[in-house]
Ligand binder design. Structure first.
Ligand code: FAD
Length: 437
């Protein structure tokens, strides 16, 4: 789907408008939430067309509730994941957890986890954003911003500028907004690159372990690859191969698939069949970064959300979930800092610096940052364990063979879900819910 075409120049200077850079999961969620609360929102993205590119991923309980409130029909879009399993390099099942085993979690969230296609989730959010009235401009690469006392000026590569009362950097791991706000900050290369893909139809061998299963390989000690595969909606299979690899050495799709198959020589043929069945053009390579803690705002009119605020490795599957949470939390903070405006379709007035500061201070509270950074570190440690960067963690995973890991997994999921700021769910259901698109 193509959003509104780019326009050049902008004469508005004292705007009440909020500018969001990035129409990914964070940016679109933020655009929808803010617009529904009465703010005028402009979302800018550098790509000319937001296509449903990407592969499969999992979204867990609390973010499903938030996505539903934002207008995403998750039952229609996703595949309910009924179990998760960890498998050894030689295809032994180390443990398998029935995800719906905990009645409290099922009661609360319907299902603990859904598999979705990342691009399809982005398209669903784009549809909801456009239907809500959010202005989305593609082909608008942001190269920097200038902050003044009354507004912030966003600079585009084309030479166009936009003025807003607040700038939200939702432009992902390599965020330009973050680089401009915090020039000294560097994201940390994880040491591995990942190749991922999605099949149109799964090979027969992939269904051997039953459908809707997420499988993770713990690679052999001393080896430096890990492989994950799962089922995506409409009978597709997605996979991710992580390889310890130098940064910035990206390969074209066709070579990437050949390389993946070479690196999988020791894996069971079931997994190789999934990669073989993937069209070359569906194979993507991404270098994986995360970051140590840094500020999400510096007291002014600029703030970061999603991967721009806390790049995270994917082994714990939390990046997109955190992105949606950030969007709703930011919207709630602005709403609470500005509670006097009626919700009867009236647009909100210009945001004073004091209001912006109060809202952003509450958005980036210690609790919110602690939650995000603990997930960043848990994800890093999971990645290190899978990739054998930290042998003791990998051996910890091998202990799954003798330990009741199901129990540990359910406890971890519970902590994760119940620590997910339950009040966000209440807020989203009360203030953001609109008709499904
Ligand atoms: C292999 C893999 C598996 C994953 N699995 C999971 C999972 O199972 N569960 C989960 O929750 N998360 C998962 N994630 C993480 C998740 O995909 C990300 O955390 C999430 O997509 C972040 O969303 P975002 O909107 O912050 O950033 P992005 O999705 O990166 O979006 C940023 C947007 O900003 C735009 N942009 C960038 N620069 C500019 C600019 N200068 N000007 C204008 N626009 C710009 C981009 O075009 C893009 O549209 C996974 C990630 C990977 C790599």
């Amino acid at each position: 789907m193509r959003a509104v075409p780019p326009v050049r120049g902008d004469e508005v200077s004292r705007s009440s408008r909020i500018i969001v850079v990035g129409a990914g999961i964070a940016g679109l969620s933020c655009g929808i939430a803010l617009h529904r609360l009465g703010f005028e929102v402009l979302v800018l993205d550098k790509v000319r067309e937001l296509r449903d590119a990407g592969s499969g991923m999992s979204v867990i309980g609390h973010s499903l509730v938030l996505l539903e409130a934002l207008g995403v029909n998750i039952e229609e879009l996703g595949l309910r994941q009924v179990n998760v399993s960890l498998r050894s390099f030689d295809d032994r099942c180390l443990f398998q957890v029935p995800l719906d085993a905990d009645p409290a979690l099922v009661r609360r969230y319907g299902s603990v986890q859904y598999n979705v296609h990342r691009g399809e989730l982005q398209q669903a959010l784009l549809r909801a954003a456009l239907a809500t009235g959010v202005q989305v401009l593609t082909g608008s690469r942001v190269v920097g911003f200038r902050e003044g006392p009354t507004d912030v000026e966003v600079l585009l590569e084309s030479g166009a500028t936009y003025h807003g009362a607040l700038l939200v950097g939702a432009d992902g791991t390599n965020s330009v907004v973050r680089r401009t706000l915090l020039p000294q900050h560097q994201a940390r290369y994880s040491g591995f690159s990942c190749w991922r893909g999605i099949t149109e139809t799964p090979p027969a061998s992939a269904t051997r372990h039953g459908d809707r299963m997420l499988k993770t390989i713990v690679h052999r000690p001393g080896d430096d690859v890990s492989f994950t595969a799962g089922f995506a909606p409409r009978n597709r299979c997605f996979w991710v191969l992580d390889v310890r690899y130098p940064a910035n050495t990206l390969m074209p799709g066709r070579d990437g698939k050949r390389y993946v198959l070479e690196r999988m020589t020791n894996l069971s043929s079931e997994f190789k069949d999934i990669v073989q069945a993937t069209p070359d053009e569906n194979v993507l390579q991404t270098d994986i970064y995360d970051s140590d803690p840094f500020d999400w705002h510096r007291g002014g009119r600029v703030v970061l959300i999603g991967d721009a605020a806390h790049p995270v490795v994917h082994h714990f599957g939390q990046g997109a979930c955190l992105a949606v949470e950030d969007a709703v939390r930011l919207a709630r903070s602005l709403h609470e800092a500005h509670p006097d405006v009626a919700m009867s379709g009236e647009r909100r007035p210009v945001l004073s610096l004091a209001t912006v500061r109060q809202a952003l201070g509450s958005y980036a509270s210690l609790g919110a940052r602690a939650r995000a950074w603990s997930l960043v570190y848990i994800s890093r440690w999971c990645g290190d364990a899978y990739m054998h960067n930290m042998p003791w963690l990998n051996w910890g995973l091998q202990l799954c063979l003798v330990f009741p890991f199901n129990l540990v997994f359910i406890v971890v999921m519970k902590v994760l879900l119940f620590w997910a700021q339950r009040d966000l769910r209440t807020f989203a259901e009360a203030h953001l819910t609109a008709k499904r698109t």
